[in-house]
Design a protein around this ligand. Structure first.
Ligand SMILES: Nc1ncnc2c1ncn2[C@@H]1O[C@H](COP(=O)(O)OP(=O)(O)O)[C@@H](O)[C@H]1O
Ligand SMILES: [Mg+2]
Length: 609
């Protein structure tokens, strides 16, 4: 789904995409106006130079009149200062617009990512999202901000030049006017051709890279099949295609610049030829002729600039589409309009209407699949009373995580329903549920800030005292007091300064702080050494008391005290009961328990010996 070539160029302009981008750029209206003003001023100053030269030639050199010489010098100094001012101004403003645009693109994309459902992140590689947030946002804002400078400058430069020429002497001005459309047509034609050739070259290039990779990774296989020659021939053909495509593109680029130059100089020559006649007839001065010639030469730059902007924007179109796509992707799971009306949305809460959650949970005929026709759960039923602790047990792939993800409404049942306190959870908002439900992940994510702030993520308005109280409950306090800065210690990126067990405990403390009515621990205790296990086990018991809980655990020791143990296989309930009842049954749970029990005893023996 997401494998478009990063550099792909699109010729069709998508209005919707650019509308969105423009709305984002226009948020910095003040800076846009300033940027346009600075660029316009620059174009005006540029246009002044040949006028200055004409004056110098006619007054000082031809007439030999040096009376105004000092003023001329001052005017030139002012002109230089004006240039400096404009350059400072537009670099400043373009920089601000660039930064604000990429900030806004990222902010909106990030905000939307918060709304998107789990299923989106299943389907979309993290790297793809990262590329949109970083390189696309950067590329786009860069092209936009500097594109505005170039565009305003180039457009106005041409207009100013034409105005001055027509005002001064129409007959010569016509020459430029005739060359102008020819130049434009040539520019358009070549840009299109060059883009196409670059595209072909890129295609061959990525093909070549793929063959490289395959050649290296499959080297052994190639040898054992003895197909080296076939491989080499294929590689050589692609390499040749790449070479000829690249050469073509280079030739076109070279031709483009030189043809434009030739056209510009044809115009210059014509101007000189016709102009000298007018000078001899004393219809115009030498200075005016010189001025005309400079203007014709100066005409060349803006045309190049405009054709460059157009191709830049064609290049950026793919980036724009992808990032706007990210900003505008709709989450798959949304609350109905009625629910939104009553409970609010993620960003606007109507908390007054939020009911408390008691904690009764019922899966009623729930059928669920990730991919069509591959049911993970079929008419699944499970009823849990408020305050009960439920353990889900079963082999990898038996559906434990799926069940708790459904309960968390990260996914919704395809048919049937999940009732919370007797009401289908779709009749209340996702946010309502998430505020009252705690989920401790297998590998908890810590943010790169202090221990204190990390725990506070459980409930953002908690005081320091409350954070420390929660930490004491689950034994975080014990290890935190040994850190040199205590709760103010930075945990590093993703918490990499801490052990897995410590991260786990921190996420437990978060859960205590959040005080959810329903708590989910999905294999939260799987990757912990036996020393921390005891600490975690005590913490878990504290955590579970007084709320409905679902625990998924490899270690049966963590679940023997559960009120209800549900043994799953292929999404179906095999056995159900408490620890004693299931042991007496001597069924699957009994086997599992016996196996693990022996394994652990074996390990203990190994450790002793
Ligand atoms: N995001 C997903 N997309 C597609 N299939 C999935 C996804 N997550 C899990 N599955 C499949 O659903 C089944 C149940 O998985 P899961 O609920 O993770 O089991 P458990 O947690 O018991 O190991 C497995 O067959 C697994 O391959
Ligand atoms: Mg799982």
């Amino acid at each position: 789904m997401h494998h478009e070539d990063d550099q792909d160029i699109q010729y069709k302009v998508k209005i919707g995409t650019w509308k969105k981008i423009i709305s984002i750029v226009f948020r910095s209206k003040k800076h846009l106006v300033m940027l346009a003003l600075y660029s316009a001023m620059l174009a005006a100053l540029d246009a002044l130079i040949p006028l200055f030269n004409r004056y110098a030639i006619d007054t000082f050199f031809v007439a030999g009149n040096y009376e105004t010489w000092p003023y001329y010098i001052i005017a030139n100094l002012l002109l230089a200062a004006g240039f400096g001012f404009c350059v400072w101004g537009f670099i400043n403003e373009a920089g601000i617009i660039e930064a604000e645009t990429s900030y806004e693109l990222r902010r909106q994309a990030f905000k939307n990512l918060q709304r998107l459902s789990f299923s989106y992140f299943d389907k979309t590689p993290q790297g793809w999202i990262m590329a949109r947030m970083t390189s696309d946002a950067r590329k786009l804002s860069l092209i936009i901000s500097w594109g505005i400078v170039d565009f305003v400058w180039a457009g106005l430069s041409m207009i100013f030049i034409l105005i001055i020429l027509y005002v001064t002497f129409i007959k010569l001005a016509l020459i430029v006017t005739i060359v102008l459309p020819v130049m434009m047509i040539v520019a358009y034609f070549f840009r299109k051709l060059i883009l196409k050739q670059h595209r072909v070259a890129r295609k061959h290039n990525s093909q070549l890279t793929a063959q490289y990779n395959e050649g290296f990774q499959g080297a052994k296989t190639t040898k054992s099949l003895s197909i080296e020659e076939v491989n080499y021939d294929e590689f050589a053909i692609t390499a040749k295609k790449l070479r000829s495509a690249s050469v073509k593109a280079v030739i076109s680029s070279a031709l483009f610049s030189s043809i434009l130059l030739v056209l510009a100089y044809i115009a210059v020559a014509t101007t000189m030829f016709r102009g000298s006649v007018y000078v001899l007839d004393t219809i115009i001065t030498v200075g005016t002729l010189a001025m005309f010639i400079s203007y014709v030469v100066n005409f060349f730059e803006p045309i190049m600039a405009i054709s460059r902007i157009i191709s830049d924007f064609q290049n950026a179109q793919a980036s724009a589409e992808r990032i706007v796509g990210l900003i505008e992707t709709e989450p798959e799971l949304v609350d109905t309009p009625e629910v939104q009306e009553k409970y609010g949305t993620l960003f606007v809460d109507h908390k007054d209407n939020w009911e408390d959650l008691k904690g009764d949970v019922e899966f009623k005929d729930v059928t669920f699949y990730y991919k069509d026709n591959e049911n993970i759960l079929t008419n699944f039923n499970l009823k849990v009373k408020a305050g009960m602790s439920v353990a889900l047990v079963g082999h990898t792939g038996s559906g434990k995580t799926t069940i708790v993800n459904l309960l968390s409404r990260f996914y919704e049942p395809k048919s049937g329903g999940i009732l919370i306190d007797g009401i289908d959870y779709r009749e209340r908002s996702i946010h309502w549920l998430h505020k009252r439900l705690g989920y401790v992940l297998q590998s908890p994510h810590l943010f790169s800030t202090t221990v204190m702030e990390n725990i506070r993520y459980g409930r953002l308005d908690a005081t320091d005292e409350e954070v420390i109280y929660a930490s004491k409950m689950v034994g975080v306090d014990t290890f935190v007091s040994k850190l040199d800065k205590g709760y103010e210690t930075f945990v590093g990126e993703g918490g990499n300064m801490l052990s897995v067990g410590q991260k786990q405990l921190i996420s437990f403390a978060r859960a205590v702080l959040a005080d959810p009515r329903i708590l989910i621990l999905d294999e939260a205790t799987s990757s912990i050494d036996s020393e921390s296990e005891l600490v975690i086990q005590e913490a878990t018991e504290k955590l579970l008391s007084d709320r409905t809980s679902f625990i998924v655990a490899h270690r049966l020791s963590t679940i023997v005290n559960s009120d209800l143990i549900v043994m799953l296989e292929m999404g179906e309930i095999l056995e159900m009961g408490n620890h004693e009842e299931l042991l007496q049954k001597r069924g699957a749970y009994f086997e599992l328990y016996r196996n693990q029990f022996f394994k652990e005893k074996e390990k203990e023996l190994e450790n002793i010996m």
